[in-house]
Design a protein around this ligand. Structure first.
Ligand code: PRX
Length: 646
């Protein structure tokens, strides 16, 4: 086993020690300097290290707000993720699947196994009529077939559209309709906290009024799922006689690789479009350098494949680096609160990537429980998805990393495709609550409302400057207007606005403060208050509503709803119906933690609901000037209702 790495603390900063640096892939700032001189050349040099059929003609082309990378290059991501590894690590473990039931056996796939499974399924998809450019829905739990499906789509040039398995059938339907997917891949069910979730039933509902002609079903729990003749096919039947070789499709660098939906400000989610060439390069090198992935690492990212973290660091990134990685079907605290520690110790995980919400949950169960585990194989810890508060940072560093692991706090978004801000483990510095430095080649800045760059310690809007990064989204699927309005309107067409606010310290380390739009992060999951409001507004007895996020000890934030109803129905009944609607339209993760029935919502004279005031009613901050409100008395009424229901 490797010698234990040590971290050195200097003032409020943490650095890797000499021993860690010695074996780290990136050891000093030379790479930052080189990248800053010419970011396009920097990314082009990295691009040379992945497999291409044909080299690109131009590194970066910018027609604001549109841009392209590696123009004219021909590529298929599976050539690097699979073929390249067959040469040197054919029988190395690629994927370990840990099922939720502890009594069930794990499944293991070497690179060679995975290669053959992907090819078989790619051939099966072709027989179902899937062609290059076609969209394929993937509504799967955390099973190996989710990874195989994504890779099989990529293999034949089909565009995967993964939908989080805990999303509702309605959320699935919206995504299938928007993309006009012809095929859906799902499962009969899966295990969650000891229960069987009957996924196929949800899928069936979501298929209504879509163009899906064939449904491939993975048999996971054997719950006698209903199969519709002529439409539904079992995965195992389909692949049984397929050849384990399928030619990879030659893709243009700028061809679509996948669409992943993320919350939009209305009920309709945005399909973020990611392309073949740029995404491959960025996923490869961010995974490799940020997690310092080397031949003997075992990487576990706890994110579900339905989110961008599951795509980039729970599938493509580790494969592009030739690593061994784990996917886990269940909840990290099931059946025992330290199941996650057991998994780390069972497989000797070296690199553990999770969200602050999970870290806070681990703490809730008691530090003693974690102290019982040595977790001695861990080398690098990672955090993602929401700001990590100082207490959670310190607990993760001290109790999980035992003060010897580096802790990378990684900032990025569904839109960016890969991590853009975090200090590198072999370089540092690390500072609790600060994500760190922009990745080499990334130009980030913090601007005021007028677009002026702000000095240290001043909070403002976080932006990414040209040439951006190869993996940044190219557009919003079928909605260029939304693309323009969301990211390229505030500071013009040449500056990507992240919709986050941030500040930097005197060392240039960036701290993310939070969203400036109506996005809330619930247990790390991205939702917008607008989409919850659209769901609630479907209720026939609701006149209007407003949803805001309020702080929560474990989940970071939770949604709460303020509702004005037409009828004086029993409150409990109406609350249940409102929550039911949100679960039906979006999924259980979006359930409001509380529904307040109020007489009136605070509004400006022009009729705009003042959500800011509603938010402040929970934080204890002063409410500010209420004189601009058309109905200032509503605030007192809302406050009383909140207090009454405590
Ligand atoms: O507000 C930022 C927050 O999550 C948003 C992006 O959410 P999503 O698209 O779901 O992607 C999450 C996983 C990449 C960002 O705009 N966020 C993400 N990472 C961090 C973060 N906030 C603070 N610190 C982070 N490390």
């Amino acid at each position: 086993m490797r010698k234990k790495a040590k971290v050195v603390k200097k003032g409020e900063l943490y650095f890797p020690n000499q021993e860690f640096k010695k074996r780290a892939l990136i050891k000093d700032k030379a790479v930052y300097r080189k990248a800053a001189k010419n970011p396009v050349k920097f990314w082009e040099d990295l691009a040379k290290e992945v497999n291409w059929y044909k080299k690109w003609k131009k590194g970066f082309v910018h027609k604001p707000p549109y841009f392209q990378w590696f123009v004219g290059g021909k590529i298929n991501i599976t050539e690097t993720a699979l073929e390249r590894n067959l040469k040197t690590r054919r029988n190395k473990l690629a994927l370990i699947w840990e099922p939720e039931p502890v009594t069930e056996r794990a499944r293991y796939f070497t690179y060679y196994d995975l290669f053959r499974e992907v090819n078989r399924f790619a051939n099966a998809l072709k027989k179902l009529g899937v062609k290059k450019g076609d969209r394929v829905g993937v509504y799967l739990p955390m099973v190996p077939e989710a990874i195989i499906s994504m890779l099989a789509c990529a293999r034949i040039g089909a565009v995967h559209v993964v939908v989080f398995s805990a999303f509702s059938s309605k959320a699935l339907q919206i995504r299938l309709q928007d993309t006009k997917a012809k095929v859906l891949i799902t499962a009969d069910g899966y295990y969650r906290r000891g229960e069987v979730i009957h996924l196929k039933q949800n899928a069936d509902k979501g298929l209504k009024d879509t163009d899906v002609k064939k449904v491939v079903v993975v048999k996971r729990v054997d719950n006698e799922a209903k199969m519709r003749k002529g439409r539904d096919l079992w995965w195992h039947d389909l692949v049984k006689n397929e050849s384990d070789w399928c030619e990879s499709a030659v893709m243009d660098s700028e061809d679509l690789l996948f669409i992943l939906y993320t919350s939009g400000s209305t009920g309709k989610p945005k399909g973020c479009c990611h392309v073949c060439g740029g995404y491959t390069v960025q996923a490869n090198f961010t995974a490799k350098w940020i997690f310092d992935l080397k031949e003997d690492d075992i990487f576990w990212s706890t994110a579900d494949v339905g989110w961008i973290t599951g795509h980039t660091y729970g599938c493509y990134g580790p494969l592009l680096c030739g690593s061994t990685f784990i996917i886990f079907e269940g909840a990290p605290d099931w059946p025992t609160p330290d199941r996650w520690c057991d998994i780390i110790e069972k497989y000797g995980v070296t690199t553990f990537y999770t969200a602050p919400t999970a870290i806070r949950m681990f703490e809730k169960y008691g530090i003693d429980l974690i102290r019982r585990h040595k977790l001695e194989t861990l080398q690098v810890l990672g955090s993602v998805g929401e700001p990590i508060d100082e207490a959670a940072w310190k607990m993760f560093f001290k109790e999980v990393g035992k003060e010897r692991c580096l802790l990378v706090d990684t900032w990025w978004q569904t839109e960016t495709g890969g991590i853009l801000i975090t200090s590198l483990p072999g370089v540092g510095p690390f500072k609790p609550t600060f994500a760190g430095l922009p990745f080499p080649g990334v130009k980030a800045d913090i601007l005021d409302e007028k677009g002026r760059s702000l000095p240290a310690n001043k909070e403002g809007n976080l932006v990414i400057l040209p040439p951006f990064t190869p993996g940044l989204l190219r557009t919003v699927y079928k909605n260029p207007k939304k693309f323009l309005k969301t990211y390229w309107a505030d500071y013009g067409k040449k500056i990507y606005f992240t919709n986050d606010s941030a500040l930097k310290d005197k060392n240039g380390l960036i701290r993310i403060v939070g969203r400036v739009d109506d996005v809330i992060k619930v247990a790390g999951h991205r939702l917008t208050t607008g989409e919850l409001e659209s769901a609630i507004a479907l209720h026939k007895d609701i006149i209007e509503c407003a949803v805001v996020g309020r702080a929560h000890d474990i989940k970071g934030e939770v949604p709460v709803a303020f509702v004005v109803s037409k009828k004086k129905k029993p409150v409990k009944k109406l609350e249940k119906e409102v929550i039911g609607l949100v679960r039906q339209e979006i999924g259980p993760i979006a359930s409001p933690s509380k529904v307040y029935f109020v007489r009136d919502l605070p509004k400006t004279r022009s009729g705009k609901i003042m959500r800011r005031i509603l938010r402040k009613l929970f934080t204890g901050e002063g409410l500010g000037d209420l004189s601009t409100l058309a109905n200032p008395e509503s605030v007192d009424n809302v406050r009383k209702i909140i207090q009454k229901s405590k």
